[in-house]
Design a protein around this ligand. Structure first.
Ligand code: ADP
Ligand code: MG
Length: 426
């Protein structure tokens, strides 16, 4: 509540001027939240900020064009309702392209008749490709159609934390009642339970109870069920019982459409050249697309400078560089492939020629060549001194096979998504 009617008035010389509704609020924010606000702004606007100043001011006279759509996220997250669902993430605001059509259709089908079409629905894809958005959209849509149903959205992380807390405070009964008596269970980033045996056990029982009662379960993950490491097979096999649908990075047209739709939301007309600039340079992650656009809009609102190509280039330069530098190095590719196929580096680099090892090894060659443009002879050296004709052969084989083998094709897209995600966290 302290952030309501709080907004950025101006940013100049590395200092942000924050408008607040009254003196009381001003004092409170100054005393308690200064560092947090500074951090949020730096992160959100991605600019260098040295300081903050609060002034009492009225927003309505200053920002008539943005309605009440504050582009600075409210710290108390007002857009959440009783279901803990974000109102911004709906089917209406989800742009459908070739990359996500199947996932979108499946999500729509279960929202229409929860518990009876695909159970569970398992959505997977790289970071920032809309998994969380779809989970919320399903929840919102069901809540609208059937207001009586009990819906829980939970990240696997919060499920884990709650479980651990319930254990330590001896409140397991309450925990079980909470999760086993609902109609719709939306679980985000299920891969988080990898290696956590107690949580897996509890989740297994929750899953079974809900599934037997024909309650809808939706799971999201960054990889296919059978590729989640250190997770009991009885669990991962259940993940594949209903429908498994993937989200791929969007193509250029979809990226452009997403940008246009977001700009429209802020009642801002984006010149085509700007849309194209952003859509061409930011390719692997929708969250980053939004981030770039938010930056331009914030800057435009604060400076009143029109959004055009020059302004976009100036403001987004470091953003584009950052996006490119997310490209991982050879080490990153090696560890992603090794992790994905669960094949150790010794085997990848060694002489073994069994199918389980040759495929990952050739995929590794292919990714090094195609994603990082490493020379054939360098790949041969990286892989423990193989012959470079072996590398050429391997790359060609994957290239050829991926055209007709759908599983391999999917593996490759997912590996690419994981690569860029990996790069981000470094
Ligand atoms: P994930 O959970 O897969 O990492 P999110 O669902 O958090 O990704 O999506 C990241 C951001 O991109 C969100 O703000 C979301 O609204 C937006 N987004 C993702 N996919 C789409 C889409 N198809 N259309 C519109 N916005 C999208
Ligand atoms: Mg997510």
């Amino acid at each position: 509540m302290w952030f309501k009617d709080t907004f950025i008035l101006e940013i100049s010389d590395g200092r942000a001027l924050i408008g607040v509704p009254n003196r009381f609020n001003k004092k409170w924010l100054e005393d308690k939240y200064r560092p947090e606000i500074l951090e949020t702004l730096k992160k959100f606007l991605k600019i260098e900020l040295k300081g903050l100043e609060f002034v009492v001011a009225n927003r309505s006279s200053l920002r008539p064009r943005t309605d009440d759509q504050s582009i600075i996220p409210n710290a108390d997250y007002q857009s959440k309702n009783d279901h803990n669902l974000s109102q911004d993430y709906t089917f209406e605001t989800f742009i459908v392209g070739k990359n996500n059509r199947l996932a979108y259709a499946a999500a729509g089908a279960i929202a229409e008749s929860p518990g009876s079409v695909y159970n569970p629905l398992y959505l997977y894809g790289g970071v920032g490709l809309g998994k969380t958005h779809l989970l919320h959209a399903i929840g919102q849509d069901i809540a609208k159609r059937k207001p009586g149903l009990k819906i829980i959205y939970a990240s696997a992380e919060s499920f884990t934390n709650e479980f651990v807390k319930a254990l330590s405070t001896k409140k397991m009964e309450g925990f079980k009642n909470r999760y086993r008596n609902i109609d719709v269970f939306l679980v985000d980033d299920i891969q988080f339970i990898a290696g956590k045996e107690g949580t897996q056990e509890e989740f297994f029982h929750t899953f079974n109870t809900l599934h037997q009662k024909k309650r809808q379960i939706v799971l999201s993950s960054d990889r296919m069920p059978n590729k989640i490491p250190e997770t009991a097979q009885r669990l991962t096999s259940r993940f594949g019982w209903g429908m498994v649908a993937d989200l791929q990075p969007p193509d250029f047209e979809t990226r452009a459409a997403i940008l246009e739709r977001k700009a429209e939301k802020f009642k801002i007309e984006l010149p085509r050249s700007v849309t194209e600039l952003i859509a061409e340079r930011i390719t692997s992650n929708i969250r980053d697309l939004e981030g770039a656009l938010n930056r331009l809009i914030s800057y435009h609102l604060m400076t009143k400078e029109p959004i055009d190509q020059k302004m976009a280039e100036e403001n987004l330069e470091d953003f584009f560089i950052a996006n490119e530098s997310q490209r991982p190095g050879p080490e990153g590719v090696i560890s992603v492939v090794s992790d994905y196929y669960q094949v150790g580096k010794d085997d990848l680099f060694g002489p073994k020629r069994t199918k389980e090892i040759v495929l990952p090894r050739q995929v590794l060659m292919y990714l090094l060549r195609n994603e990082l443009s490493v020379s054939f002879s360098k790949i041969a050296r990286l892989l423990g001194g193989k012959d470079h004709t072996t590398v050429i052969h391997g790359c060609q084989k994957i290239e050829r096979e991926s055209r007709r083998d759908r599983t391999l094709k999917k593996d490759l897209s997912l590996l690419k998504a994981l690569l860029y995600q990996e790069g981000q966290s470094i």
